[in-house]
Design a protein around this ligand. Structure first.
Ligand code: PLP
Length: 380
């Protein structure tokens, strides 16, 4: 199998699994228990908080553990809106993940007005539009750091700065950026940042929300007083410990591998476009995370391409995994103004630092033979 679907999820590191096992098997105490057994587990949990905080250059006190990216986003967006009851607008972009777009849809149904900022043909945000739409009535502005479909990176430092000047809190969805590019809360004046462990070689079902000191947030899951009253419920200690190990490893490899992964991605992209005339890269002109490429094979159906790739043992994806299965072209490519016949044939290949030159070469070599029968089918 050749796995080029790392934006859907990544392989957990062996060190992550090793670190989690004792917590599942032997060290099962509740970290809120006062006995020594409980406090030993509490100590492991707090160590993970330090490791996750380090990935963002944040303080451990600013980290709230959750069940993943989706929950972190729900907590940030609903929680920040709830904490500013007088404000009734939410600003976000047209290319956010459904985890953000569905939450703002929900808020719209209870009376909020949603302002959406568009992107250009390369997936770059319109900063002037963002600035103009920051309003006295804006409760929260939410923007992703890296797009899950194209890999395009937004300058969230500047965007958050514009909001901060107007006293508007900002949430950054960094789910697809964490572990791929450096994130420093000292240079991004955001109040909230969402992370998900399984996108950087940690376990699924665990994530974190960075909550800047003094940022106002209404908890969404209430019960016990865990996570400093921000998120009730006995912690998923094994998952959190796995996330800590993955975060520490990601930080170590940030400088080392980003360039190599980007070089491999660029070579792959170049070779695919050379071997299939008409293939185009979506969103390739500006800054991107190093591992992602979104390539359209115009006139073809991505679902059919994914099927033949899958039969050949190659894992890729069309847009976000959550929306595959639907034949609607991706909302991201639509927002970029990509024509329908091009958007329908868009395939996302996402590498990891474990992807090899041999794997990438094999995909390039086999691709024309796999695609040709499909292209013959669509010929008039
Ligand atoms: N935000 C982005 C940009 C994503 O790509 C994803 C998952 O694909 C999420 C949020 C949701 O994260 P999770 O699957 O951990 O809930």
């Amino acid at each position: 199998m050749i796995y080029l679907d790392n934006n859907a999820t990544t392989r957990p590191l062996a060190a992550v699994v090793e670190a989690m096992l004792p917590l599942l098997r032997d060290d099962y105490a509740n970290p809120s228990s006062v006995h020594r057994f409980g406090q030993m587990v509490r100590h492991r949990l707090e160590r993970s908080r330090e490791q996750v905080a380090a990935l963002l250059r944040a303080s451990p006190k600013e980290i709230v553990f959750t069940s993943g990216g989706t929950e972190s986003i729900n907590l940030a967006v609903r929680g920040a809106a709830g904490a500013r009851p007088g404000k009734k607008r939410i600003l976000t972009t047209a290319v956010e993940h459904s985890a953000v777009l569905r939450v703002v849809d929900d808020l719209e149904s209870v009376g909020y007005a949603i302002d959406l900022v568009g992107v250009d043909r390369e997936g770059r945000i319109d900063v002037a539009e963002w600035s103009a739409k920051l309003n006295d009535d804006t409760a929260l502005a939410s923007v992703m750091l890296a797009n899950n479909e194209t890999g395009v990176v937004f300058d969230v430092g500047s965007l958050a700065g514009l909001a901060a000047e107007k006293g508007i809190p900002v949430h950054v969805d960094a789910v697809q950026a964490a572990g791929k590019i450096a994130i420093d809360v000292q240079s991004i004046p955001a109040s909230f940042i969402s992370l998900s462990a399984h996108k950087f070689h940690g376990p699924k079902g665990v994530g974190a929300l960075y909550v800047r000191r003094r940022a106002k947030l209404q908890p969404q899951i209430v019960g016990g007083s865990q996570e400093r009253d921000m998120r009730g419920g006995t912690e998923n200690v094994a998952g959190i410990v796995g996330m800590g190990v993955a975060a520490e490893d990601a930080l170590c490899h940030l400088i080392g591998t980003g360039g190599e992964v980007a070089a491999l991605r660029d070579a792959f992209e170049f070779s695919v476009c050379a071997c299939w005339p008409g293939a185009v890269v979506n969103g390739g002109a500006g800054p991107r995370v190093p591992n992602t490429t979104n390539i359209s094979f115009p006139g073809m159906e991505a679902e059919a391409i994914l099927m033949v790739l899958s039969e050949a043992g190659i894992c890729a994806s069309s847009g976000s995994a959550c929306s595959s299965g639907s034949l609607e072209p991706s909302h991201v490519l639509k927002a970029m103004g990509i024509p329908e016949n091009v958007a329908h044939g868009a395939v996302r290949f996402s590498l990891s630092r474990f992807s090899t030159r041999a794997e990438v070469d094999e995909v390039v070599n086999r691709l024309p033979g796999l695609l040709r029968p499909l292209a013959d089918l669509v010929k008039p």
